[in-house]
Design a protein around this ligand. Structure first.
Ligand SMILES: Cc1cc2nc3c(=O)[nH]c(=O)nc-3n(C[C@H](O)[C@H](O)[C@H](O)COP(=O)(O)O)c2cc1C
Length: 490
């Protein structure tokens, strides 16, 4: 099936797709596909089908027109009661996106959660305690030294009486405070004093988000186990500003909260699993690099599927254009050398799944300045050096995880290459996929596409899985990992 390029859609359509996808627990591409599929299937005649597609696409921009074909599954449970009895402590920071926290409270309460809000002094410049209190139907907490709230050490009680802390919007300032252990107002003190899980939904100007200080703080918070949802790319409230920094939509935040509080069977609870995903970029000079076509879709889907089964997932991602999976701790890297360092730092772990398409070679000496094109001199020759083999390094490591899984993307001799890799790299399984044009998997192929056809190669043989969506491959692999870890004593 052809891939759908979401970024080419209008912002209005994108926003709606994002919300529907979050409601249905699927990707935006899957949501769009489901809608188009629903429009195409089972209609009489070509003209009727075109009409139906037009109607569906019109409904994307005007949801009031359409009530039927929007959900991916036909028997989707009602949203009512999905968070029944859950207590959310919502910390609202001082950013323009604070207005979205009003909708977030509504969405959480309609799912049965109770919401108690803490507002920073800056947050009260953007939205009032009156409206937050009216929507949450509770007192709004603002002051660390409030005589009424603090007679029984209110900041500790606020944490004790919550199932989950959600910071939305998480300002650059709140992130910096928590990353550095500051506790000089109620919000930061509650965050430091809690033993509950914390989910942050950052929102800020793209320059603030990409500032090295904010990147450092995010990395520290992720290492400390704080989960993140968003931010997304898009238009900023400030005119003429666009980029990464928009707060995730309320329904995306709700989906992340639901995933974090999901109490269904969690066979991987208490297990730490490392996943690598995406390509690596190996610099030639400050502006050029060697890369590959990996999109990170399969690796990110595996990280999300493992998190759904309760694992503490540490995702190490190369540069990709997709969002960090909810409920997963993600570290972003560029090069193979950086990926290796982060992965080894994350050991020990119960399992490691190496999905990333790590470059085999890098340039031996990346130029410090942009290589200039000089007339008459011809192209520069690149001297290459071998990159570290991260899978083999972990497969033979003194702290080797109980289960080590590698991916092999091959264009020829798929099985025999995977069998050699299995032995040489000390892996338990190799998930082999044919990334050649002959794989038969749609025009976008396996790399970058949404579907995959894999074989699981182990010492006991080769298991062939049918072609399926990358999310389905991920769910099946996560179940296999859960099953294997059940029988491994580590
Ligand atoms: C109009 C305006 C909009 C702002 N928007 C943001 C924002 O979106 N994200 C952010 O991190 N800071 C933003 N700031 C800066 C914060 O309000 C400021 O850093 C404040 O100290 C944050 O306090 P808090 O973290 O205690 O809520 C904004 C400031 C102004 C005046």
């Amino acid at each position: 099936m052809a891939s759908i390029t979401i970024r080419n859609l209008d912002d209005e359509v994108k926003d709606l797709l994002r919300q529907l996808a979050a409601e249905n627990g699927c990707s935006m591409e899957e949501q769009a596909r489901a809608m188009i599929r629903a429009a195409v299937e089972g209609r009489a005649g070509q003209a009727g089908r075109i009409d139906q597609i037009e109607k569906t696409l019109r409904a994307l921009t005007d949801p009031g027109q359409n009530a039927t074909p929007l959900s991916v599954g036909s028997s989707k449970p009602s949203i009512r009661g999905r968070l029944s009895g859950k207590r959310i402590l919502l910390i609202i920071g001082g950013g323009i996106a604070a207005y979205k926290s009003l909708d977030l409270i509504r969405r959480l309460r309609e799912r049965g959660a109770s919401v108690r809000a803490v507002m920073t002094a800056a947050a009260q410049e953007f939205v009032t305690t009156l409206s937050i209190g009216a929507l949450s139907a509770d007192h709004v907490f603002t002051d660390l030294f409030d005589r009424n709230d603090e007679h029984d050490v209110g900041h500790i009680r606020l944490s004790r009486e919550a199932d989950l802390m959600v910071v939305a919007p998480a300002t650059a300032d709140l992130m910096a405070k928590l990353a550095n252990g500051h506790a000089n107002d109620l919000a930061s003190t509650v965050l430091l004093a809690t033993d509950k899980k914390v989910l942050m939904a950052p929102a800020m100007n793209p320059k603030m988000w990409s500032h090295p200080a904010t990147r450092r703080n995010r990395a520290t918070l992720q290492k400390d186990g704080i989960a993140f949802v968003g931010p997304a790319k898009g238009e900023m409230a400030e005119s003429n500003e666009a980029g990464e920094g928009r707060m995730a939509e309320p329904l995306e935040i709700v989906a992340a909260i639901e995933a974090m509080l999901d109490e269904r069977s969690k066979p991987l609870a208490g297990r730490r699993i490392i996943v690598t995903s995406g390509p690596t970029h190996e610099p030639i000079d400050p502006v050029r690099y060697i890369a590959n076509r990996s999109s990170g879709k399969q690796g990110h889907a595996i990280a999300a599927a493992l998190a759904k089964l309760g694992a503490d997932v540490r995702l190490v991602s190369g540069p990709v254009n997709i969002a960090d999976p909810a409920g997963v701790t993600t570290t972003h890297v560029e090069t193979a050398a950086e990926m290796k360092e982060v992965v080894e730092h994350l050991l020990p772990a119960d399992a490691a799944v190496f999905v990333a398409a790590v470059a085999d070679w890098r340039t031996a000496n990346a130029a410090g300045e942009k290589i200039k094109k000089v007339a008459g001199e011809g192209p520069p020759s690149l001297k290459m050096a071998e990159n570290p083999d991260i899978l083999a390094g972990v497969g033979h490591h003194s702290q080797r995880p109980g289960l080590v899984i590698g991916f092999a993307a091959e264009t020829q001799d798929l099985i025999s290459n995977a069998q050699v890799k299995l032995k040489k790299k000390g892996a338990d399984f190799i998930v082999a996929n044919d990334v050649s044009h002959e794989s038969g998997i749609g025009p976008s192929g396996v790399m970058g596409g949404d579907r995959n056809k894999v074989r699981i190669v182990s010492r006991s043989g080769v298991e062939e899985w049918p072609e399926m969506g990358k999310d389905e491959v991920a769910a099946r692999l996560a179940a296999l990992i859960a099953e294997r870890l059940r029988t491994i004593v580590v």
